[in-house]
Design a protein around this ligand. Structure first.
Ligand code: CA
Length: 471
C-alpha cells in the first residue's frame, strides 16, 4: 500500500518538528486499564484547527493535545453525515450491517440490543458517561442509558439552540437537555458548549476513584445553528465574514472546553493514565462557514472533505507523540478502547486495535487494506492510494465510476477511470463484495438529500461555492 506520508497536509513547523514519525512505544505496557476520554466535534472543518493549518482561529488546547498525541493524517469516519457516522463509531461495525445507512429523520435509529463498545466497557467495570449529542434514536430501546452509558446528560436529537429557550419556545422532547432522566431547566444551561464542558469536568472530578471511566464528550459544536458567545465573537471582530466570525467563536468555545477537560485530568493527576481521542463526526458542512482546506467536498460527500477528519490519539506512557499516515477509521476506536480496557473483542468488528500501529510496533501495511462507504445513492471504495466513487445520476440510474489517486492528486481533481479500467473493475468487485455483507438501508432520507448527493459527486461540480449550493 502506498503511503500518503507528508502529502496533502501541511503541519505547522512546531508540530512537524515533533512529529518525525510514529515512535516506538516505551516498551513496558502502561498502567493497566486507562480512563478513556473520547471528544467528538460536529461538522468541524478539516483545516479549522491550528495543527491542521488554520490561520484565523487559535486552538491552543487541541494543538496541545495533538502535540502530545499521535496525529492520524489519513483518519476517516464511516459516514459523512452525523447519525450513521456515530452509529459506526459506537459499534465499531459498518453501520450498514444493520441498515443504519442514512441520516436520522425517518428511521428510528439503533436496533434494540445493539452491541456498543460503551456497553462492553461497562461490562468490565468502567463508569460510562455520555455528555452532549446522541442522535442515534429517541426510543426507550435506543436511549444512551439502554446502550452502555451509566449516565447521560444531553440531547437525543442532532442539534439544538446553543442558548436557553424561554417563553413559548420549548425545545421539545428530543432537544431538551436531560440529565439521568430529569429535564434540566433551560435557564440553567447558559451557553450549551460551556454547559457540556462543565458536565464533563464534573464527571472527571467527581468520578468513582475505585474504577476507570469512559467519558464521551459529544459536543454539538460547531454544527448549526450558528450561535456564538458574544465575548468570543468580539474576539474575532477582525474576521470579515459574519458567518465565519460566529463559526470561529463556536470553535473557540469548543477549544476552551477541551482545555478545561485536559486541565481537569491534570489537576486530578490522571493525565498519564487517560487515553484521549479527538475527531469530528464528519467534514465541514456547507452551512457553517467551515474550511476543509486541501480536500474536495464537504459534509455529505464521498470526497475526502466529507469523511476525512482531524484525528488525534493521545495516550501518554503508551504512545510516543508523532504522526501516522496510513488510513485509519473511526471504526477502529471501538476495538482500540475494548482492548485498552481489557474487554473482550466484539463478535463482529470492522475496525482493529490501533495501538500497535500508532506505537510503531506493526510495520508494513496499515490496519485497513480497504475501506468502504455507502449512503443510499452514492458509495466509495478505497484501496491504498486509490479511491473509487460511484453515484447515481438520476433515481435508479447509476453513473460511471470515478477513480482518483489520493497520493498524486489529494484534491481529487483528475478522474483516472478511463486510463485505469482494470483498477476500476477491481475496486467495483471489492465494493460489490462488501455490499453483499451489508443490509439494505432500513430507511432513506428525503429525496432532496439524495438528489444533492447525485449532484455533488459530479466531476464538474468544482469549488466551494458550487459545493455549498448542494448541502
Ligand atoms: Ca455532524
Amino acid at each position: 500500500m502506498g503511503l500518503l506520508r507528508n502529502r496533502g497536509l501541511a503541519l505547522p513547523a512546531f508540530l512537524a518538528a515533533a512529529c518525525a514519525g510514529p515512535g516506538l512505544g516505551p516498551g513496558a505496557p502502561p498502567a493497566a486499564r486507562p480512563n478513556v476520554l473520547l471528544i467528538l466535534a460536529d461538522d468541524l472543518g478539516y483545516a479549522d484547527l491550528g495543527f491542521t493549518g488554520v490561520s484565523d482561529i487559535p486552538t491552543p488546547a487541541l494543538d496541545a493535545l495533538a502535540a502530545r498525541g499521535v496525529v492520524c493524517t489519513d483518519g476517516h469516519v464511516s459516514a459523512s453525515v452525523c447519525a450513521p457516522s456515530r452509529a459506526g463509531l459506537l459499534t465499531g461495525r459498518y453501520q450498514q450491517r444493520t441498515g443504519f445507512e442514512c441520516n436520522l429523520g425517518q428511521g428510528d435509529g439503533l436496533l434494540e440490543g445493539t452491541a456498543t463498545f460503551p456497553a462492553a466497557l461497562q461490562g468490565v467495570g468502567y463508569a460510562t458517561t455520555l455528555v452532549g449529542k446522541w442522535h442515534l434514536g429517541a426510543e426507550a430501546h435506543n436511549h444512551p442509558r439502554a446502550l452502555g452509558f451509566d449516565h447521560f446528560t444531553g440531547l437525543l436529537a442532532g442539534s439544538r439552540s446553543y442558548f436557553p429557550l424561554g417563553g413559548a419556545k420549548s425545545p421539545g422532547r428530543t432537544r431538551r437537555i436531560e440529565r439521568d432522566g430529569e429535564v434540566v431547566p433551560e435557564e440553567e444551561l447558559g451557553y450549551l458548549t460551556d454547559f457540556f464542558t462543565a458536565e464533563g469536568e464534573r464527571a472527571i472530578r467527581g468520578r468513582d476513584r475505585s474504577r476507570p471511566f469512559f467519558l464521551h464528550m459529544s459536543y454539538t459544536a460547531p454544527h448549526g445553528p450558528m450561535h456564538a458567545r458574544e465575548d468570543l465573537e468580539r474576539r474575532f471582530s477582525g474576521i470579515e465574514s459574519p458567518r465565519r466570525r460566529k463559526y470561529a467563536a463556536m470553535v473557540a468555545a469548543l477549544d476552551e472546553g477541551v482545555g478545561r477537560l485536559l486541565r481537569a485530568l491534570d489537576d486530578e493527576g490522571i493525565t498519564g493514565e487517560t487515553l484521549v481521542v479527538f475527531l469530528s463526526d464528519n467534514g465541514g458542512a456547507t452551512s457553517n462557514a467551515s474550511d476543509n482546506g486541501p480536500w474536495r467536498g464537504m459534509k455529505g460527500s464521498k470526497w475526502e472533505g466529507g469523511q476525512r477528519v482531524p484525528f488525534v490519539v493521545s495516550w501518554p506512557g503508551r504512545l510516543v507523540p508523532g504522526r501516522y499516515d496510513e488510513p485509519v477509521s473511526s471504526l477502529d476506536l471501538a476495538a482500540t478502547f475494548r482492548r485498552a480496557a481489557g474487554a473482550p473483542p466484539a463478535e463482529v468488528a470492522d475496525g482493529v486495535d490501533l495501538t500497535p500501529f500508532l506505537a510503531g510496533e506493526r510495520s508494513g501495511d496499515g490496519p485497513h487494506p480497504t475501506l468502504f462507504w455507502r449512503r443510499a445513492v452514492a458509495s466509495a471504495a478505497r484501496e491504498g492510494d486509490w479511491k473509487l466513487i460511484r453515484a447515481e445520476t438520476a433515481p435508479g440510474v447509476m453513473g460511471a465510476p470515478i477513480l482518483v489517486n489520493l497520493a498524486e492528486d489529494p484534491g481529487e481533481r483528475v478522474d483516472r477511470a478511463a486510463d485505469e479500467p482494470d483498477r476500476v473493475e477491481r475496486l467495483l468487485g471489492l465494493l460489490a463484495g462488501w455490499e453483499r455483507a451489508m443490509s439494505p438501508p432500513r430507511w432513506l432520507t428525503a429525496e432532496v438529500w439524495r438528489e444533492n448527493q447525485r449532484k455533488k459527486h459530479r466531476m464538474d461540480v468544482v469549488g466551494r461555492d458550487a459545493e455549498r449550493r448542494l448541502p
